[in-house]
Design a protein around this ligand. Sequence first.
Ligand SMILES: [Zn+2]
Length: 197
Amino acid sequence: MKEEPSVEGNCCSGLFDAFEFTRFQDADPPKRKGVYVIRTCQRGTPAEEIREKAVGQAGSIGWDVAEKFLCSRLNRLSEIGDCPTIYIGSAGTYAGSKNTLKGRYLEFSRRHTAQYPIWALLSSGWELQYGWMIVDDHPGTAEEALKVRVQKGTRREAAGAGEPMNGVRFIQDSRALPAEPPNPKPTPISPPPISLQ
Ligand SMILES: [Zn+2]
């Protein structure tokens, strides 16, 4: 029943054979630990054009702190190169983490570090795929290994084609921003939390 939508390019698609892919908006990952990937299926408005427009809109809010935050996220659109793989993440990386693939996926609708660039792409004619694979032990290690292999595959492809590819610079900054906070704060019961989410 699983329909395999076509994916542009093949520089690293073989790395995700064990993943279950669907259209991004239709994904239904399980409440399990694992790794996930977002890749482009069809491109719409050029990413740089989307970025410029979105950054302009952020500036039009007229609120410096909001603009600064939004721009730091939206500027990641510049990282999209020729490789269809634009994001690799994991869920449940840290010991005791209650994060699941389902939870991380839903965060893209609310508070994921990559949500703004993803939203901007989806509203600009891009078709994205969401893929996941259950990894019960050390999903963070699997995530890092996948990133290395995607980067190697893309470099090999570039060499074969004789045409330089942009390389893979995912739309996340994996060094500055871990997939999830190492010490997630427990939800305080008293006093009531003040939350902006
Ligand atoms: Zn690739």
